[in-house]
Design a protein around this ligand. Structure first.
Ligand code: F6P
Length: 520
Protein backbone atom coordinates (compact mmCIF):
# COMPACT_ATOMS: atom_id res chain seq x y z
CA UNK A 1 0.00 0.00 0.00
CA UNK A 2 1.28 3.44 -0.83
CA UNK A 3 1.26 6.07 1.88
CA UNK A 4 -0.97 9.05 1.31
CA UNK A 5 -0.33 10.94 4.48
CA UNK A 6 1.56 13.82 2.99
CA UNK A 7 0.09 16.68 1.13
CA UNK A 8 1.08 17.14 -2.53
CA UNK A 9 0.62 20.90 -2.37
CA UNK A 10 -1.36 23.05 0.01
CA UNK A 11 -4.44 24.58 -1.61
CA UNK A 12 -3.42 28.20 -1.10
CA UNK A 13 -0.07 27.58 -2.78
CA UNK A 14 -1.55 26.44 -6.06
CA UNK A 15 -1.86 28.45 -9.21
CA UNK A 16 -5.60 27.81 -9.25
CA UNK A 17 -6.00 29.36 -5.79
CA UNK A 18 -4.20 32.53 -6.87
CA UNK A 19 -6.29 32.69 -10.03
CA UNK A 20 -9.48 32.14 -8.05
CA UNK A 21 -8.50 35.03 -5.78
CA UNK A 22 -7.99 37.22 -8.79
CA UNK A 23 -11.25 36.07 -10.34
CA UNK A 24 -13.06 36.86 -7.12
CA UNK A 25 -11.47 40.29 -6.82
CA UNK A 26 -12.17 41.16 -10.44
CA UNK A 27 -15.92 40.81 -10.29
CA UNK A 28 -16.92 37.45 -8.85
CA UNK A 29 -17.29 39.03 -5.41
CA UNK A 30 -20.18 41.11 -6.74
CA UNK A 31 -21.51 38.42 -9.04
CA UNK A 32 -25.22 38.96 -9.54
CA UNK A 33 -27.03 35.69 -10.08
CA UNK A 34 -30.09 37.51 -11.45
CA UNK A 35 -28.05 39.07 -14.23
CA UNK A 36 -26.29 35.79 -14.91
CA UNK A 37 -29.62 33.98 -15.28
CA UNK A 38 -31.03 36.73 -17.48
CA UNK A 39 -27.92 36.88 -19.66
CA UNK A 40 -27.16 33.21 -20.13
CA UNK A 41 -29.88 30.96 -21.51
CA UNK A 42 -27.72 27.91 -20.80
CA UNK A 43 -27.00 28.67 -17.13
CA UNK A 44 -29.74 26.55 -15.58
CA UNK A 45 -28.83 23.54 -17.72
CA UNK A 46 -25.12 23.99 -17.02
CA UNK A 47 -25.61 24.12 -13.28
CA UNK A 48 -28.28 21.40 -13.10
CA UNK A 49 -27.61 17.73 -12.89
CA UNK A 50 -29.36 14.43 -12.41
CA UNK A 51 -27.46 11.62 -10.69
CA UNK A 52 -28.96 8.38 -9.44
CA UNK A 53 -32.05 9.33 -7.36
CA UNK A 54 -31.04 12.98 -6.85
CA UNK A 55 -31.51 16.02 -9.05
CA UNK A 56 -29.66 19.23 -8.25
CA UNK A 57 -30.09 22.76 -9.52
CA UNK A 58 -27.10 24.86 -8.49
CA UNK A 59 -27.88 27.74 -10.86
CA UNK A 60 -28.93 30.16 -8.10
CA UNK A 61 -25.44 30.15 -6.62
CA UNK A 62 -22.90 32.95 -6.84
CA UNK A 63 -20.63 31.10 -9.19
CA UNK A 64 -19.91 31.26 -12.89
CA UNK A 65 -18.53 28.63 -15.21
CA UNK A 66 -15.08 30.27 -15.11
CA UNK A 67 -14.89 29.99 -11.32
CA UNK A 68 -16.06 26.41 -11.52
CA UNK A 69 -13.34 25.56 -14.04
CA UNK A 70 -10.77 27.08 -11.72
CA UNK A 71 -12.15 25.03 -8.84
CA UNK A 72 -11.74 21.87 -10.93
CA UNK A 73 -8.15 22.95 -11.55
CA UNK A 74 -7.73 23.51 -7.80
CA UNK A 75 -8.99 20.01 -7.10
CA UNK A 76 -6.55 18.56 -9.62
CA UNK A 77 -3.61 20.58 -8.32
CA UNK A 78 -4.28 19.55 -4.74
CA UNK A 79 -4.28 15.88 -5.66
CA UNK A 80 -8.01 15.21 -5.42
CA UNK A 81 -7.92 12.47 -8.07
CA UNK A 82 -5.23 10.54 -6.23
CA UNK A 83 -6.98 10.93 -2.90
CA UNK A 84 -10.27 9.69 -4.29
CA UNK A 85 -8.43 6.76 -5.88
CA UNK A 86 -6.78 6.07 -2.52
CA UNK A 87 -10.19 6.02 -0.82
CA UNK A 88 -11.50 3.39 -3.21
CA UNK A 89 -8.23 1.46 -3.21
CA UNK A 90 -8.48 0.98 0.54
CA UNK A 91 -5.35 2.92 1.40
CA UNK A 92 -5.06 4.10 5.01
CA UNK A 93 -6.07 7.69 4.27
CA UNK A 94 -7.15 8.24 7.87
CA UNK A 95 -3.48 8.78 8.59
CA UNK A 96 -3.66 9.96 12.20
CA UNK A 97 -5.42 6.74 13.19
CA UNK A 98 -3.63 4.61 10.57
CA UNK A 99 -6.94 3.38 9.23
CA UNK A 100 -8.53 2.71 5.91
CA UNK A 101 -11.76 4.51 5.09
CA UNK A 102 -14.13 1.90 3.72
CA UNK A 103 -17.68 2.92 4.59
CA UNK A 104 -18.40 2.77 0.85
CA UNK A 105 -17.54 -0.95 0.92
CA UNK A 106 -20.50 -1.52 3.26
CA UNK A 107 -22.84 -0.79 0.37
CA UNK A 108 -20.92 -2.57 -2.40
CA UNK A 109 -22.81 -5.57 -3.79
CA UNK A 110 -21.51 -9.03 -2.95
CA UNK A 111 -20.04 -9.46 -6.44
CA UNK A 112 -18.64 -5.94 -6.81
CA UNK A 113 -15.27 -5.63 -8.50
CA UNK A 114 -13.13 -4.46 -5.61
CA UNK A 115 -9.33 -4.47 -5.26
CA UNK A 116 -8.08 -7.94 -4.39
CA UNK A 117 -6.92 -6.71 -0.98
CA UNK A 118 -10.50 -5.78 -0.08
CA UNK A 119 -12.14 -9.05 -1.17
CA UNK A 120 -12.04 -10.60 2.29
CA UNK A 121 -13.41 -7.39 3.79
CA UNK A 122 -16.32 -7.41 1.35
CA UNK A 123 -17.06 -11.05 2.18
CA UNK A 124 -17.05 -10.17 5.88
CA UNK A 125 -19.33 -7.20 5.20
CA UNK A 126 -21.88 -9.44 3.53
CA UNK A 127 -21.67 -12.18 6.13
CA UNK A 128 -22.40 -9.62 8.87
CA UNK A 129 -25.08 -7.91 6.81
CA UNK A 130 -26.86 -11.22 6.19
CA UNK A 131 -26.74 -12.08 9.89
CA UNK A 132 -27.89 -8.66 10.98
CA UNK A 133 -30.75 -8.58 8.49
CA UNK A 134 -31.85 -12.08 9.50
CA UNK A 135 -31.90 -10.87 13.10
CA UNK A 136 -33.87 -7.76 12.08
CA UNK A 137 -36.47 -9.98 10.41
CA UNK A 138 -36.62 -12.16 13.50
CA UNK A 139 -37.32 -9.12 15.65
CA UNK A 140 -39.93 -7.90 13.16
CA UNK A 141 -41.69 -11.26 13.38
CA UNK A 142 -41.60 -11.24 17.18
CA UNK A 143 -44.82 -9.52 18.21
CA UNK A 144 -43.90 -9.61 21.84
CA UNK A 145 -41.21 -7.03 21.16
CA UNK A 146 -43.17 -3.81 20.78
CA UNK A 147 -40.42 -1.34 21.71
CA UNK A 148 -36.85 -1.11 20.47
CA UNK A 149 -34.53 1.30 22.27
CA UNK A 150 -31.32 2.33 20.55
CA UNK A 151 -28.76 3.50 23.08
CA UNK A 152 -25.93 5.32 21.33
CA UNK A 153 -24.60 8.80 20.64
CA UNK A 154 -23.08 10.75 17.74
CA UNK A 155 -22.77 8.48 14.74
CA UNK A 156 -24.30 5.64 16.73
CA UNK A 157 -27.48 7.68 17.10
CA UNK A 158 -27.87 10.40 14.51
CA UNK A 159 -27.71 8.24 11.38
CA UNK A 160 -30.17 5.55 12.47
CA UNK A 161 -32.45 8.14 14.02
CA UNK A 162 -32.44 10.41 10.97
CA UNK A 163 -33.02 7.46 8.61
CA UNK A 164 -35.82 5.82 10.59
CA UNK A 165 -37.66 9.13 10.77
CA UNK A 166 -37.13 9.67 7.05
CA UNK A 167 -38.38 6.20 6.17
CA UNK A 168 -41.28 6.10 8.59
CA UNK A 169 -43.72 5.51 5.72
CA UNK A 170 -41.93 2.18 5.12
CA UNK A 171 -41.98 1.05 8.74
CA UNK A 172 -44.24 -1.74 9.88
CA UNK A 173 -46.86 -0.33 12.22
CA UNK A 174 -47.11 -1.52 15.80
CA UNK A 175 -43.51 -1.23 16.88
CA UNK A 176 -42.02 1.84 18.49
CA UNK A 177 -38.41 2.89 18.09
CA UNK A 178 -36.78 5.05 20.73
CA UNK A 179 -33.40 6.74 20.57
CA UNK A 180 -31.55 7.52 23.78
CA UNK A 181 -28.27 9.38 23.42
CA UNK A 182 -27.88 11.99 26.12
CA UNK A 183 -26.17 11.23 29.42
CA UNK A 184 -28.87 13.48 30.85
CA UNK A 185 -30.96 10.88 32.64
CA UNK A 186 -34.16 12.70 31.74
CA UNK A 187 -33.97 11.18 28.30
CA UNK A 188 -33.64 7.53 29.37
CA UNK A 189 -36.02 7.96 32.31
CA UNK A 190 -38.63 9.45 29.99
CA UNK A 191 -38.39 6.44 27.68
CA UNK A 192 -38.24 3.77 30.41
CA UNK A 193 -41.41 5.10 31.98
CA UNK A 194 -43.32 3.85 28.94
CA UNK A 195 -41.72 0.40 28.66
CA UNK A 196 -42.16 -3.12 29.98
CA UNK A 197 -39.09 -5.36 30.07
CA UNK A 198 -40.68 -8.32 28.35
CA UNK A 199 -41.75 -6.16 25.38
CA UNK A 200 -38.47 -4.28 25.02
CA UNK A 201 -35.30 -4.82 23.04
CA UNK A 202 -32.31 -2.62 23.90
CA UNK A 203 -29.68 -2.09 21.22
CA UNK A 204 -26.44 -0.81 22.69
CA UNK A 205 -24.79 0.94 19.75
CA UNK A 206 -21.22 2.04 20.19
CA UNK A 207 -18.29 1.60 17.86
CA UNK A 208 -15.84 1.66 20.75
CA UNK A 209 -18.15 0.40 23.51
CA UNK A 210 -16.40 2.86 25.82
CA UNK A 211 -18.31 6.09 25.22
CA UNK A 212 -19.27 7.40 28.65
CA UNK A 213 -22.80 8.50 27.76
CA UNK A 214 -23.69 5.21 26.10
CA UNK A 215 -22.17 3.04 28.80
CA UNK A 216 -23.94 5.02 31.51
CA UNK A 217 -27.28 4.69 29.71
CA UNK A 218 -26.69 1.00 28.95
CA UNK A 219 -25.89 0.22 32.60
CA UNK A 220 -28.97 2.09 33.78
CA UNK A 221 -31.13 0.28 31.21
CA UNK A 222 -29.84 -3.08 32.41
CA UNK A 223 -30.39 -2.16 36.07
CA UNK A 224 -33.95 -1.07 35.22
CA UNK A 225 -34.53 -4.29 33.25
CA UNK A 226 -33.36 -6.47 36.13
CA UNK A 227 -35.14 -4.44 38.78
CA UNK A 228 -38.39 -4.91 36.85
CA UNK A 229 -37.90 -8.66 36.90
CA UNK A 230 -36.38 -9.02 33.42
CA UNK A 231 -33.90 -11.86 33.16
CA UNK A 232 -33.23 -12.94 29.59
CA UNK A 233 -30.46 -10.48 28.64
CA UNK A 234 -29.62 -12.47 25.50
CA UNK A 235 -33.14 -11.89 24.21
CA UNK A 236 -33.56 -8.29 25.33
CA UNK A 237 -30.13 -6.75 24.72
CA UNK A 238 -28.01 -6.70 21.59
CA UNK A 239 -24.75 -4.87 20.95
CA UNK A 240 -23.64 -3.13 17.76
CA UNK A 241 -19.92 -2.56 18.05
CA UNK A 242 -16.39 -3.17 16.83
CA UNK A 243 -15.47 -4.07 20.41
CA UNK A 244 -17.14 -7.46 20.75
CA UNK A 245 -15.12 -8.31 23.86
CA UNK A 246 -16.29 -5.26 25.77
CA UNK A 247 -19.88 -6.13 24.86
CA UNK A 248 -19.34 -9.64 26.19
CA UNK A 249 -17.84 -8.26 29.40
CA UNK A 250 -20.94 -6.13 29.73
CA UNK A 251 -22.98 -9.32 29.55
CA UNK A 252 -24.36 -9.00 26.02
CA UNK A 253 -24.00 -12.11 23.91
CA UNK A 254 -26.01 -11.06 20.85
CA UNK A 255 -23.55 -8.87 18.98
CA UNK A 256 -23.26 -7.55 15.45
CA UNK A 257 -19.79 -6.34 14.67
CA UNK A 258 -18.18 -3.90 12.32
CA UNK A 259 -14.68 -2.66 11.67
CA UNK A 260 -12.32 0.14 12.65
CA UNK A 261 -12.40 1.37 9.05
CA UNK A 262 -15.97 2.58 9.50
CA UNK A 263 -15.99 6.06 11.03
CA UNK A 264 -18.77 6.66 13.55
CA UNK A 265 -20.43 9.33 11.41
CA UNK A 266 -20.22 7.01 8.39
CA UNK A 267 -21.61 3.97 10.14
CA UNK A 268 -25.34 3.81 9.47
CA UNK A 269 -24.61 1.35 6.66
CA UNK A 270 -23.05 -1.10 9.11
CA UNK A 271 -24.50 -2.97 12.10
CA UNK A 272 -25.24 0.49 13.49
CA UNK A 273 -28.07 0.49 10.94
CA UNK A 274 -29.88 -2.35 12.75
CA UNK A 275 -32.67 -0.07 14.06
CA UNK A 276 -33.30 1.03 10.47
CA UNK A 277 -33.47 -2.58 9.32
CA UNK A 278 -35.85 -3.45 12.15
CA UNK A 279 -38.06 -0.55 11.12
CA UNK A 280 -38.13 -1.05 7.35
CA UNK A 281 -37.10 -4.68 6.85
CA UNK A 282 -34.21 -6.42 5.14
CA UNK A 283 -35.28 -5.75 1.56
CA UNK A 284 -35.70 -2.04 2.08
CA UNK A 285 -32.38 -1.83 3.97
CA UNK A 286 -30.68 -3.40 0.97
CA UNK A 287 -32.32 -0.73 -1.22
CA UNK A 288 -30.86 1.95 1.04
CA UNK A 289 -27.42 0.43 0.48
CA UNK A 290 -28.02 0.14 -3.27
CA UNK A 291 -28.98 3.81 -3.53
CA UNK A 292 -25.76 4.81 -1.78
CA UNK A 293 -23.73 2.43 -3.92
CA UNK A 294 -25.08 4.03 -7.11
CA UNK A 295 -23.73 7.37 -5.89
CA UNK A 296 -20.41 5.77 -4.88
CA UNK A 297 -20.05 4.61 -8.47
CA UNK A 298 -20.94 8.06 -9.75
CA UNK A 299 -18.42 9.73 -7.44
CA UNK A 300 -15.72 7.19 -8.24
CA UNK A 301 -16.03 7.40 -12.00
CA UNK A 302 -17.62 10.66 -13.19
CA UNK A 303 -15.24 13.34 -14.40
CA UNK A 304 -15.10 16.35 -12.09
CA UNK A 305 -17.16 18.45 -14.49
CA UNK A 306 -20.16 16.15 -14.09
CA UNK A 307 -19.45 14.81 -10.64
CA UNK A 308 -22.17 16.18 -8.37
CA UNK A 309 -20.58 15.46 -4.97
CA UNK A 310 -17.36 17.03 -6.23
CA UNK A 311 -19.18 20.05 -7.66
CA UNK A 312 -20.95 20.61 -4.35
CA UNK A 313 -17.75 20.17 -2.35
CA UNK A 314 -15.94 22.65 -4.58
CA UNK A 315 -18.81 25.12 -4.28
CA UNK A 316 -18.32 24.84 -0.52
CA UNK A 317 -14.64 25.69 -0.96
CA UNK A 318 -15.53 28.65 -3.18
CA UNK A 319 -17.99 29.99 -0.61
CA UNK A 320 -15.81 29.40 2.42
CA UNK A 321 -12.43 30.53 1.15
CA UNK A 322 -13.25 33.13 -1.48
CA UNK A 323 -16.65 34.59 -0.62
CA UNK A 324 -15.92 34.13 3.09
CA UNK A 325 -19.36 32.73 3.96
CA UNK A 326 -19.18 31.13 7.37
CA UNK A 327 -22.22 28.89 7.44
CA UNK A 328 -24.62 26.92 5.29
CA UNK A 329 -28.26 26.37 6.10
CA UNK A 330 -29.96 23.10 5.17
CA UNK A 331 -33.74 23.28 4.76
CA UNK A 332 -35.35 19.94 3.97
CA UNK A 333 -38.90 20.45 2.74
CA UNK A 334 -40.03 17.12 4.11
CA UNK A 335 -40.94 16.51 7.72
CA UNK A 336 -39.31 13.08 7.57
CA UNK A 337 -35.95 14.78 7.04
CA UNK A 338 -36.20 16.83 10.23
CA UNK A 339 -33.08 15.26 11.74
CA UNK A 340 -31.06 15.58 8.54
CA UNK A 341 -29.52 18.93 9.54
CA UNK A 342 -28.31 17.44 12.83
CA UNK A 343 -26.95 14.42 11.00
CA UNK A 344 -25.15 16.64 8.48
CA UNK A 345 -23.76 18.76 11.27
CA UNK A 346 -21.82 15.80 12.60
CA UNK A 347 -20.92 14.53 9.14
CA UNK A 348 -19.49 17.81 7.99
CA UNK A 349 -18.30 19.58 11.11
CA UNK A 350 -16.71 16.54 12.76
CA UNK A 351 -15.10 15.59 9.44
CA UNK A 352 -13.86 18.96 8.26
CA UNK A 353 -13.77 21.08 11.40
CA UNK A 354 -9.97 20.87 11.40
CA UNK A 355 -7.30 23.55 11.67
CA UNK A 356 -4.24 21.60 10.60
CA UNK A 357 -3.35 19.85 7.36
CA UNK A 358 -2.34 16.24 6.86
CA UNK A 359 1.18 17.10 7.95
CA UNK A 360 -0.13 18.58 11.20
CA UNK A 361 0.72 22.14 10.14
CA UNK A 362 -1.70 24.98 10.91
CA UNK A 363 -3.76 26.05 7.93
CA UNK A 364 -3.88 29.70 6.92
CA UNK A 365 -7.40 29.41 5.48
CA UNK A 366 -10.86 28.47 6.71
CA UNK A 367 -12.27 24.95 6.61
CA UNK A 368 -15.71 23.57 7.54
CA UNK A 369 -18.58 26.04 7.59
CA UNK A 370 -21.14 25.87 10.35
CA UNK A 371 -23.92 23.62 9.07
CA UNK A 372 -27.36 24.15 10.53
CA UNK A 373 -31.01 24.11 9.64
CA UNK A 374 -34.59 23.09 10.24
CA UNK A 375 -37.25 21.69 7.97
CA UNK A 376 -39.31 23.98 5.80
CA UNK A 377 -41.77 25.46 6.13
CA UNK A 378 -41.08 25.78 9.88
CA UNK A 379 -37.79 27.62 9.36
CA UNK A 380 -39.58 30.25 7.27
CA UNK A 381 -41.45 31.39 10.36
CA UNK A 382 -38.34 31.47 12.50
CA UNK A 383 -34.91 32.29 11.10
CA UNK A 384 -35.58 32.91 7.39
CA UNK A 385 -35.94 36.62 8.23
CA UNK A 386 -32.20 36.71 8.76
CA UNK A 387 -31.52 34.82 5.54
CA UNK A 388 -33.53 37.35 3.53
CA UNK A 389 -32.57 40.60 5.21
CA UNK A 390 -29.74 39.92 7.65
CA UNK A 391 -26.24 41.32 7.26
CA UNK A 392 -24.62 37.92 6.60
CA UNK A 393 -25.02 35.98 3.41
CA UNK A 394 -25.89 32.37 4.24
CA UNK A 395 -26.12 29.96 1.32
CA UNK A 396 -29.24 27.90 1.69
CA UNK A 397 -29.78 24.34 0.59
CA UNK A 398 -33.32 23.31 -0.23
CA UNK A 399 -34.17 19.62 -0.35
CA UNK A 400 -37.57 18.95 -1.87
CA UNK A 401 -39.36 15.65 -2.43
CA UNK A 402 -41.77 15.69 -5.35
CA UNK A 403 -44.22 12.96 -4.30
CA UNK A 404 -45.69 12.79 -0.84
CA UNK A 405 -46.22 9.51 1.00
CA UNK A 406 -49.51 10.72 2.49
CA UNK A 407 -52.84 11.33 0.79
CA UNK A 408 -53.87 14.54 2.52
CA UNK A 409 -55.31 16.96 0.04
CA UNK A 410 -53.61 20.24 -0.75
CA UNK A 411 -50.55 19.96 1.49
CA UNK A 412 -47.90 18.90 -1.00
CA UNK A 413 -48.43 21.70 -3.55
CA UNK A 414 -48.31 24.24 -0.72
CA UNK A 415 -45.12 22.73 0.63
CA UNK A 416 -43.38 22.61 -2.75
CA UNK A 417 -44.61 26.08 -3.71
CA UNK A 418 -43.06 27.41 -0.53
CA UNK A 419 -39.70 25.80 -1.26
CA UNK A 420 -39.61 27.20 -4.79
CA UNK A 421 -40.88 30.60 -3.69
CA UNK A 422 -38.29 30.93 -0.93
CA UNK A 423 -35.47 30.20 -3.36
CA UNK A 424 -37.02 32.70 -5.75
CA UNK A 425 -37.41 35.37 -3.07
CA UNK A 426 -33.83 34.95 -1.89
CA UNK A 427 -32.69 35.35 -5.46
CA UNK A 428 -34.79 38.18 -6.78
CA UNK A 429 -35.25 40.27 -3.67
CA UNK A 430 -37.55 43.25 -3.73
CA UNK A 431 -36.91 46.95 -3.95
CA UNK A 432 -39.35 48.97 -1.89
CA UNK A 433 -39.27 52.53 -0.73
CA UNK A 434 -35.94 51.75 0.86
CA UNK A 435 -35.33 50.56 4.37
CA UNK A 436 -37.30 47.97 6.24
CA UNK A 437 -39.19 46.42 3.37
CA UNK A 438 -36.24 46.13 1.01
CA UNK A 439 -34.94 42.66 0.21
CA UNK A 440 -31.44 42.82 -1.27
CA UNK A 441 -31.84 39.53 -3.18
CA UNK A 442 -28.92 37.75 -4.84
CA UNK A 443 -28.87 35.42 -1.84
CA UNK A 444 -27.50 32.09 -3.03
CA UNK A 445 -29.22 28.74 -2.80
CA UNK A 446 -28.97 25.19 -4.10
CA UNK A 447 -32.03 23.08 -4.77
CA UNK A 448 -31.94 19.30 -4.46
CA UNK A 449 -34.89 17.18 -5.54
CA UNK A 450 -35.83 13.57 -4.83
CA UNK A 451 -38.77 12.02 -6.63
CA UNK A 452 -39.85 10.18 -3.49
CA UNK A 453 -38.34 9.81 -0.05
CA UNK A 454 -37.64 6.09 -0.10
CA UNK A 455 -34.76 3.86 0.96
CA UNK A 456 -32.81 4.10 -2.30
CA UNK A 457 -33.13 7.88 -2.63
CA UNK A 458 -32.23 8.44 1.02
CA UNK A 459 -29.15 6.24 0.59
CA UNK A 460 -28.16 8.23 -2.48
CA UNK A 461 -28.68 11.57 -0.76
CA UNK A 462 -26.53 10.63 2.21
CA UNK A 463 -23.75 9.22 0.04
CA UNK A 464 -23.85 12.45 -1.97
CA UNK A 465 -23.20 14.40 1.22
CA UNK A 466 -20.46 12.03 2.37
CA UNK A 467 -18.53 12.44 -0.86
CA UNK A 468 -19.10 16.17 -0.94
CA UNK A 469 -17.46 16.40 2.48
CA UNK A 470 -14.65 14.18 1.22
CA UNK A 471 -14.09 16.56 -1.70
CA UNK A 472 -13.76 19.77 0.31
CA UNK A 473 -11.64 17.94 2.89
CA UNK A 474 -9.33 16.66 0.14
CA UNK A 475 -8.88 20.14 -1.34
CA UNK A 476 -8.20 21.59 2.10
CA UNK A 477 -5.65 18.83 2.66
CA UNK A 478 -7.09 17.76 5.99
CA UNK A 479 -7.90 14.41 7.51
CA UNK A 480 -11.69 14.25 7.32
CA UNK A 481 -11.78 10.95 9.17
CA UNK A 482 -10.43 11.61 12.64
CA UNK A 483 -11.98 13.64 15.49
CA UNK A 484 -9.29 14.46 18.04
CA UNK A 485 -11.16 17.62 18.95
CA UNK A 486 -13.69 15.67 20.98
CA UNK A 487 -11.11 14.16 23.34
CA UNK A 488 -10.10 17.02 25.62
CA UNK A 489 -13.62 17.63 26.89
CA UNK A 490 -14.04 13.92 27.65
CA UNK A 491 -10.85 13.88 29.76
CA UNK A 492 -11.76 17.05 31.62
CA UNK A 493 -15.30 15.82 32.36
CA UNK A 494 -13.77 12.79 34.08
CA UNK A 495 -11.70 15.12 36.24
CA UNK A 496 -14.60 17.45 37.06
CA UNK A 497 -17.15 14.76 37.97
CA UNK A 498 -15.62 13.76 41.35
CA UNK A 499 -14.93 17.42 42.15
CA UNK A 500 -18.68 18.11 42.05
CA UNK A 501 -19.08 15.74 44.99
CA UNK A 502 -15.89 16.63 46.87
CA UNK A 503 -15.90 20.38 46.25
CA UNK A 504 -12.19 20.18 45.44
CA UNK A 505 -11.35 23.02 43.09
CA UNK A 506 -7.56 22.89 43.43
CA UNK A 507 -5.75 23.73 40.22
CA UNK A 508 -8.86 24.97 38.40
CA UNK A 509 -9.13 28.40 36.84
CA UNK A 510 -11.35 30.76 38.88
CA UNK A 511 -14.27 30.63 36.45
CA UNK A 512 -14.32 26.82 36.29
CA UNK A 513 -13.88 26.64 40.06
CA UNK A 514 -16.88 28.92 40.59
CA UNK A 515 -19.05 26.69 38.37
CA UNK A 516 -17.94 23.56 40.24
CA UNK A 517 -18.89 25.23 43.54
CA UNK A 518 -22.25 26.38 42.19
CA UNK A 519 -23.27 23.07 40.61
CA UNK A 520 -21.67 20.72 43.14
O1 F6P B 1 -17.00 11.71 20.68
C1 F6P B 1 -17.21 11.68 19.31
C2 F6P B 1 -17.51 10.30 18.83
O2 F6P B 1 -16.35 9.53 18.86
C3 F6P B 1 -18.12 10.30 17.45
O3 F6P B 1 -17.17 10.38 16.45
C4 F6P B 1 -18.88 9.03 17.48
O4 F6P B 1 -19.83 8.96 16.46
C5 F6P B 1 -19.48 9.09 18.85
O5 F6P B 1 -18.48 9.67 19.65
C6 F6P B 1 -19.90 7.78 19.43
O6 F6P B 1 -18.85 6.87 19.51
P1 F6P B 1 -19.10 5.34 19.79
O7 F6P B 1 -19.91 4.81 18.66
O8 F6P B 1 -17.75 4.72 19.86
O9 F6P B 1 -19.84 5.22 21.09
Amino acid sequence: MTKTTTLPIRADQTLAWATLRQHHAQGAADFDVREALAGDAGRVAHFSQQIPHVFADLSKNRIDAAAERLLFALARETGFDARRAALFAGEPINSTEHRQVLHWLLRAPRDAAVPRALRADLDAVHATLDAMLAYAEQVRADHEITDVVNIGIGGSDLGPQMATLALDAFAAPGRRLHFVSNVDGHELAGVLRRLRPRNTLFLVASKTFTTAETMTNARSARRWFEAQGGSDIARHFAALTTNVEAARDFGITTTFGFWDWVGGRYSLWSAIGLPIAIAIGAGAFRELLAGAHAVDEHFRSAPLESNLPARLGLLDVWYRNFHGFTSRCVAPYHQGLRRLPAYLQQLEMESNGKRVDLNGDALPFATSPVVWGEPGTNGQHAFFQQLHQGTDVVPLEFIAVREAAHKLDGHQPKLLANAIAQAQALLQGQADTGGHKDFPGNRPSSFLVLERLEPASLGALIALYEHRVFTSGAVWGINSFDQWGVELGKVLAKDIEPRLASGDVAGLDPSTAALVRRLG
